[in-house]
Design a protein around this ligand. Structure first.
Ligand code: SAM
Length: 198
């Protein structure tokens, strides 16, 4: 049976929740671009919301945001930042159908074990309304492994990502963009940013 989450990675985020939530972040250019493509007050599911910085921005911009995270520690940090409940939810617990105009999954699905990614993407596809938009970022590589902090990453190739998205359902549009980015471990890496439309 496919493994859906990595216990050590979630334990890392629980342990480091306060430090992770307090870190300085770059300009959220991709988030602004994502929001520009949605209607005003659109319903957005945020997966792996971390300390809640992106949800805070989306709240302020008037969107109807549901922030969630699989780490109880980070959900509590996000809750304190946002002043409203943040659901503790692992990706594989998502079971809604046709509920969202957008799914924002910044730098979080990269922690899904390789053999569980297609199932999680299927759940996201199902949770979107027709025409709904879905954005996610993945650290690129050639297969799963751990960083120096012990966190698991699926480190996909372009081909493996396209295969996992393809297995999840039909997409009206699927765009992969290569880029560079850092992380909590201080290492700059290549990334794949994926913009999908149901
Ligand atoms: N999206 C936030 C941001 O951009 O700051 C946080 C990114 S952080 C690199 C990854 C997040 O994914 C953490 O908040 C972690 O708790 C969450 N996460 C990891 N595995 C998860 C899982 N299986 N289900 C739900 N959340 C998970």
């Amino acid at each position: 049976m496919a493994q859906m989450h990595d216990e050590d990675t979630l334990a890392f985020y629980d342990r480091e929740a306060a430090a992770y939530a307090a870190r300085k972040r770059g300009e959220p250019t991709r988030l602004h671009r994502f929001l520009e493509q949605l209607r005003p007050r659109a319903r957005i599911l945020e997966l792996g919301c971390g300390g809640g910085q992106d949800a805070e921005l989306m709240d302020a911009a008037g969107f109807d945001v549901t922030p969630t995270d699989g780490s109880a520690g980070l959900a509590a940090q996000a809750q304190a930042r946002l002043g409203r409940p943040v659901r503790v939810m692992r990706f594989e617990e998502l079971d809604e159908v046709g509920a969202y105009d957008g799914v924002w999954a910044n730098a979080c699905l990269l922690h899904v074990p390789e053999n569980g990614l297609a199932d999680v993407l299927t759940r996201i596809h199902r949770a979107l309304k027709p025409g709904g938009r879905f954005n996610a970022g993945f650290k690129a590589g050639d297969g799963g492994g751990r960083d120096s902090l012990g966190r698991y990453y699926n480190f996909p190739t372009e081909e493996s990502l396209r295969k996992a998205y393809g297995a999840a359902g039909d997409w009206a549009a699927l765009e992969l963009t290569a880029g560079q980015g850092g992380g909590f471990d201080g290492v700059m890496r290549e990334w794949w940013f994926v913009d999908a439309v149901k």
